[in-house]
Design a protein around this ligand. Structure first.
Ligand SMILES: [Zn+2]
Length: 176
């Protein structure tokens, strides 16, 4: 997911070895496939996660799912503040409540946004980078980002849920 208010962040010290990956765009068939669970942490998956963080920050995103870089694994990274990344492996939403309706965008559909209704609160369980289970609770943007990114793992994009028409996001909007 993207956020027009994001100006880019992250800890520069730990970004040296990472690489920016190519973000797949809407229409690429990899974005409509169901991802596989991660059964163990491997150097390859660790590298994927590092690269996903780098790619998300570089694109000023607030979330990125592995299929968006062409990898069909149940891995998402989310950071709605720019300094507090969640790495979520095999994530699952276990609780949700309330409702929020607002604009949403996706790094796989640059220049567009659309209005989507999501729960205003979600609780998710996931594994961290050490494959240890943990819980994430989020409201507002974090709740929206969790829903958006987890949808990617099942081959779904927010455009399927847009109320009304997709809007063009102009450079002017981006500078708000
Ligand atoms: Zn997305």
């Amino acid at each position: 997911m993207n956020d027009k208010n994001r100006t880019g962040a992250g800890d520069p010290g730990r970004r040296k070895k990472m690489a920016i990956r190519n973000i797949r765009e809407y229409g690429d068939e990899v974005l409509s496939k169901k991802c596989k669970e991660v059964s163990e942490m491997t150097p390859r998956t660790r590298e994927l996660i590092e690269d996903m963080l780098e790619t998300m920050y570089e694109a000023n995103g607030v979330g990125l799912a592995a299929p968006q870089v062409g990898i069909l694994k149940r891995v998402v990274v989310i950071d709605v503040t720019g300094e507090d990344p969640y790495i979520m492996i095999n994530p699952r939403i276990v609780e949700s409540s309330g409702e929020q309706t607002g604009p949403e965008g996706c790094l796989s559909l640059p220049g567009k946004s659309g209005v989507v209704t999501r729960p205003n609160y979600v609780k998710a369980v996931a594994l961290d980078v050490n494959m240890k289970p943990y819980e994430v609770e989020g409201t507002e943007l974090l709740a929206r980002a969790i829903c958006h990114e987890l949808d990617h793992l099942d081959g779904h994009m927010y455009v399927e849920k847009v109320e009304g028409e997709l809007q063009d996001v102009t450079a002017e909007d981006m500078e708000d």
